[in-house]
Design a protein. Structure first.
Length: 52
């Protein structure tokens, strides 16, 4: 028997500007909490993610 199940992936529709503001606020808090080391850690993480 063939399984005729449909799957849908929904993504919240948020304007780019709003996403940018939310991300900047969070990153700003992280940098305030952990200092400038956080910047290098974030860069390293982004390099890892972009290589995948």
């Amino acid at each position: 028997m063939i399984n005729n199940v449909r799957q849908f992936v929904y993504e919240l529709s948020i304007p780019y500007e709003v996403k940018s503001e939310i991300i900047r606020e969070h990153l700003g808090l992280i940098i305030k909490m952990f200092g400038k080391d956080a910047i290098q850690i974030i860069k390293d993480y982004l390099n890892e993610v972009s290589e995948k």
